[in-house]
Design a protein around this ligand. Structure first.
Ligand code: KG4
Ligand code: ZN
Length: 365
């Protein structure tokens, strides 16, 4: 097929080393021919967060192997690849550098074009890979490292309506799990406990709901939870199982309420622009939470926007989204060369004010 493109994508901006191959023929649905993700969870488990230096070394060791595996699973060789796409930021700089160097090596060696991809654009363009979504749509990225509302107008055109001013919600779930003696990653553990708890048992704050706009804050919520835990321990002489479940339910409820209300506001701003086919898409690990997902879906339905949540393995960090975003950039006429730089910070919407806070998983663009 003349216009068919087959892209190799590389991702190494945080704690997952990933390589994937995506093929697209205009007029047809894109195909993920392979998607390999090597997680570094065990490597960082003892440290309570991602250790950048360890992450970078592990990426440097694993990238080649992931590429080989991705080619093998797709039944292809580099001769079948049209271009190499790589995450060039934002993220932990050592890991991003490892990916960019590897991609440059492959591109130079095989004589292929190189396309640098913004990791957040990878997440933001995923609904077009999975659901053929038309521009402009509203996107909520909600994970351990990101939390922001974006209107996606085009491959390179984003408006950020708001985001977290401190922790990402996944980070807050992870810290809550740690405070309550639950395993990591905290999100699934807290969700499971919350199923047996009473959300009304404790009154936790809904930060920034009293202020206009779509910005969010989750660090105060975590502090409030710590206080509630200490109070319960002082009263009962230890953390009772039921109290732990109640605290999880109250915490999950508070995060859900904040995300739902801010989504309502973001949807209003988005719908004010009269998009022809209104749609609200979510991505990121926290979107796996059934309570939060149901709340977001309800808000979306109430506003008349189509709700889209790509399958979880494409919502969390992966390289298929990078291959796809690279392919979209390439079709729009963009390529990079050997001067492509690795960037620790790289906001999608250059006009929006910078977000503060670094976060456990590195810089939030
Ligand atoms: O998107 P992701 O895999 O990685 C990045 O952070 O980039 O998201 C992982 C985050 C973790 O903080 C994890 O605790 C959270 O998503 N998470 C959840 C759930 N599953 C994963 N949070 C709440 N409920 C869940 N079921
Ligand atoms: Zn991510």
């Amino acid at each position: 097929m003349g216009n068919t493109l087959t892209f190799l994508g590389l991702e190494s901006s945080c704690d997952d080393t990933a390589a994937a191959i995506v093929r697209h023929t205009p007029g047809e649905r894109p195909k993920i021919l392979s998607s390999i993700v090597a997680a570094q969870t065990d490597l960082h488990a003892a440290f309570g967060g991602v250790v950048p230096e360890l992450a970078a070394r592990a990426h440097a060791e694993k990238l080649d192997l992931c590429v080989e595996e991705a080619l093998q699973q797709a039944g292809l060789t580099l001769a079948d690849i049209d271009a190499v796409a790589v995450t060039a930021g934002p993220g932990l700089i050592g890991g991003v550098l490892a990916g960019v160097m590897c991609a440059k090596g492959i591109a130079a060696g095989a004589g292929l074009p190189l396309v640098g991809v913004n990791h957040l654009a990878g997440h933001a363009l995923t609904p077009r890979l999975t659901d053929d979504l038309a521009f402009p749509y509203l996107m909520l990225l909600v994970s351990g490292g990101h939390c922001q509302f974006l209107i996606v107008h085009g491959v390179e055109d984003f408006t950020r309506l708001g985001g977290t001013i401190d922790d990402a919600p996944g980070e807050a779930f992870d810290k809550t799990a740690k405070l309550l003696g639950l395993p990591q990653p905290g999100g699934p553990a807290v969700e499971a406990e919350a199923a047996n708890g009473d959300p009304a048992s404790h009154t936790l704050p809904r930060p920034l709901l009293d202020r206009p706009g779509c910005d969010m804050s989750f660090s105060g919520l975590k502090t409030a939870l710590l206080r509630a835990r200490d109070q319960a321990v002082a009263t009962d002489g230890g953390l009772r199982r039921q109290v732990r479940a109640d605290l999880c339910a109250a915490f999950q409820d508070a995060v859900g309420d904040v995300l739902a209300e801010k989504s309502r506001r973001a949807l209003t701003l988005y719908l004010d622009r009269n998009p022809p086919e209104p749609a609200f898409a979510v991505a990121g690990g926290v979107a796996a939470n059934r309570h939060i997902r149901a709340l977001l879906e309800t808000v979306s339905d109430q506003s008349g926007a189509r709700f889209i949540a790509p399958p979880l393995h494409l919502c969390t960090d992966n390289a298929a989204m990078i291959a796809w975003a690279g392919l979209e950039r390439f079709r729009a006429g963009h390529t990079d060369d050997m001067t492509l730089a690795a960037r620790p910070r790289w906001p999608l919407d250059q006009a929006a004010p910078a977000l503060v806070g670094g976060g456990r998983k590195g810089a939030k663009a």
